[in-house]
Design a protein around this ligand. Structure first.
Ligand code: NAP
Length: 271
């Protein structure tokens, strides 16, 4: 059985560990590293998974999943450099960080797969996009695909598309939460109790998402089905267009893509 260690068990790292357990992996086949002993103890109590030092994780695990913030990557690379060889697969979940960074800083031939997941991983509904580095084989990709399938959907994209993926699905859940938050506020404005507004909007979001996923209809067709002549919806659509909501989304997602590029910049040049 493959041993997997998650380096940095924060929101995404913990969600992955929990998903891997739920998909039938034993706690004994999983490890994690954390900076703070109290966080480490909390995770061990919750999941029965051992928290270890990075060197031990590197020694015992076949796969090291890097899940620290991109800004915290330097000490992790420094710790891994002397202890990781080509027999260990590195899976990076870090926004903006290219596979070439790991390839430059770790031993020659270390296989790296870059992944952009998202937080619905917590409920087994992640969207993860994977890209191989130059030493990752189809077998490595298949292993990563199998790991991530336990917590949601997986697609493969060229690494050159990962900044766009980060802006679209990595940050994507936040845009939906923002929209839901604003729609609940609208319910309050119209005089509905908060609990009623929340129930109406959250179930509408779940229903709309299921229709998108299950009918395979284009979103325009689904929206037109709710937009009858001289009805209520078209009045709302006119306001959304008047306030430039479509253009705002295009600009917002472009700004997120630019930030992802920026996060990778310090690691661009050969260093
Ligand atoms: N959250 C998202 O929506 C999302 C989506 C896609 C991808 N990602 C990527 O996933 C990664 C993790 O994000 P997150 O939201 O899960 O962040 P997070 O909650 O801050 O988790 C990172 C964890 O790593 C720990 N850590 C930092 N340096 C460490 C080290 N040297 N050794 C061991 N543990 C260390 C942190 O501890 P401290 O608390 O002490 O700092 C924290 O618990 C990021 O690279 C991000 O780009 C996140």
């Amino acid at each position: 059985m493959t041993t997997i260690a998650v380096l940095g068990a924060g929101k995404i790292g913990e969600a992955l560990l929990s998903g891997l357990l739920n998909s039938g992996r034993g706690a004994g086949d999983l490890l994690f590293t954390e900076r703070h002993p109290d966080r480490s103890a909390e995770l061990t109590a919750r999941y029965g998974i051992a928290g270890v030092e990075p060197a031990e994780a590197a020694k015992r695990a076949d796969v090291l999943v890097v899940a620290v913030k991109p800004q915290d990557i330097e000490p992790v690379l420094t710790e891994l450099a002397p202890v990781v060889g080509p027999e260990t697969l590195i899976v990076s979940l870090c926004a903006g960080l290219p596979t070439s960074l790991y390839e430059r800083r770790l031993a020659e031939g270390v296989p790296v797969v870059r992944v952009m997941p998202n937080t619905p991983m917590v409920v087994g509904e992640a969207m993860s996009a994977i890209s191989p580095g130059s030493h990752a084989t189809p077998a490595h990709l298949a292993l990563v695909r199998e790991m991530l399938s336990s917590v949601g959907e997986v697609i493969e994209v060229p690494e050159s598309q990962q900044d766009a993926v980060t802006a679209l699905s990595g940050s994507g859940p936040a845009y939906f939460f923002f929209l839901v938050e604003a729609m609940i506020d609208a319910g309050i404005l119209l005089g509905l109790p908060r609990a009623v507004a929340e129930k109406l909007i959250i179930q509408s979001a779940v229903g709309a998402a299921k229709m998108l996923a299950e009918t395979a209809e284009h979103p325009v067709i689904l929206r037109e089905a709710v937009t009858s002549p001289a009805g209520t919806t078209i009045n709302a659509i006119r306001e959304l267009e008047k306030h430039g909501v479509r253009a705002a989304l295009l600009a917002a997602i472009e700004a997120a893509r630019d930030r992802s590029v920026e996060l990778g910049k310090p690691h661009d040049s050969a260093s």
